[in-house]
Design a protein around this ligand. Structure first.
Ligand SMILES: [Zn+2]
Length: 277
């Protein structure tokens, strides 16, 4: 029984504003142990529930945030950037029975603490097949192709609500309650760790891998906060203008869909000017 944990930071315990998740800042340093505590609680719960292997994939920013030295010795961690499946790297090898989204957040343009989709700014909305999408939804569509169920989602209360749309059976743990994009009512790391550990223990029962699903075509639309970003994004093959600040593309499956999404966000982030962004 192998569980993969995709670990993002905006939805971690105590995190409420940009400096909390920006590598190099004192606030980020202070929040790293709380993020690690959330992840470790999930690891402990999964082993208690019967998992015999847990791999953590770092999924935030530079993908170098968690404190390896504070993790349960039974876990392993994939750290660093440039992975073909990005936030859910590791799911593609046919040996993962269930995945947890720890520290997740809601999508660009919606309510939620530090809500965004991949880029902190610039993207104001993402839709997949016409439905508004968060990173959780995008990644859930990727892992579904490998037959891997999402068993646990942690983040703010809005994130747990969002997860009901893409993983209705998954256990959800709200570590904080949304007040604004930069404010939340937070619970202590001791309390959230207990909640996450207990949910992870139970969530192992949902970790039943199915056969890989048939490839399904998906249409992804992105909206930007500036018109020139459309010109930047449409250099990516298959990506077309669909509005003044919108682009659209269709992929034969979500494996290609998420890779194109990464390409678009990489090109777009390089096209943002410091002034007149
Ligand atoms: Zn993040």
């Amino acid at each position: 029984m192998k569980i993969l944990i995709s670990a993002d930071m905006e939805g971690a315990t105590g995190v409420t504003w940009p400096a909390d998740v920006l590598p190099g800042t004192p606030q980020w340093e202070r929040c790293r142990p709380m993020f690690t505590s959330d992840v470790n609680a999930a690891v402990t719960g999964f082993f208690e529930g019967g998992a015999d292997e847990v791999l953590i994939n770092e999924a935030h920013w530079s993908m170098r945030n968690l404190l390896l030295e504070q993790l349960d010795d039974r876990a392993q961690m994939l750290t660093g950037r440039h992975k073909s499946l990005s936030m859910v790297e590791g799911v593609q090898h046919g040996d993962v029975d269930g995945i947890a989204f720890v520290g997740y957040h809601t999508g660009a343009g919606t309510e939620g603490v530090l809500a965004h989709t991949y880029l902190a700014n610039s993207i104001t909305g993402v839709w997949v097949d016409g439905a508004r999408a968060s990173e959780g939804l995008l990644n859930a569509l990727v892992v579904e192709e490998y037959g891997v169920p999402v068993v646990l989602v942690t983040g703010d209360d809005r994130t747990v609500e969002d997860a009901k749309g893409y993983a209705p059976d998954a256990f959800g743990v709200a570590v904080k309650d949304y007040v604004s994009r930069y404010a939340a009512v937070c619970r202590t790391p001791g309390r959230t760790a207990a909640d996450i550990q207990s949910a992870a223990r139970k969530a192992v029962a949902l970790a039943v891998r199915a056969s890989p699903s048939q490839s399904q075509q998906h249409t992804v639309e992105l909206e930007f906060d500036a018109e020139h970003l459309v010109g930047a994004a449409t250099v990516v093959p298959g990506v077309k203008r669909s509005g003044e600040r919108r682009v659209v593309y269709t992929s034969p499956d979500m494996y290609e869909g998420i890779r194109t999404f990464k390409a678009v966000t990489t090109v777009v982030s390089a096209a943002v000017e410091e002034q007149y962004g």
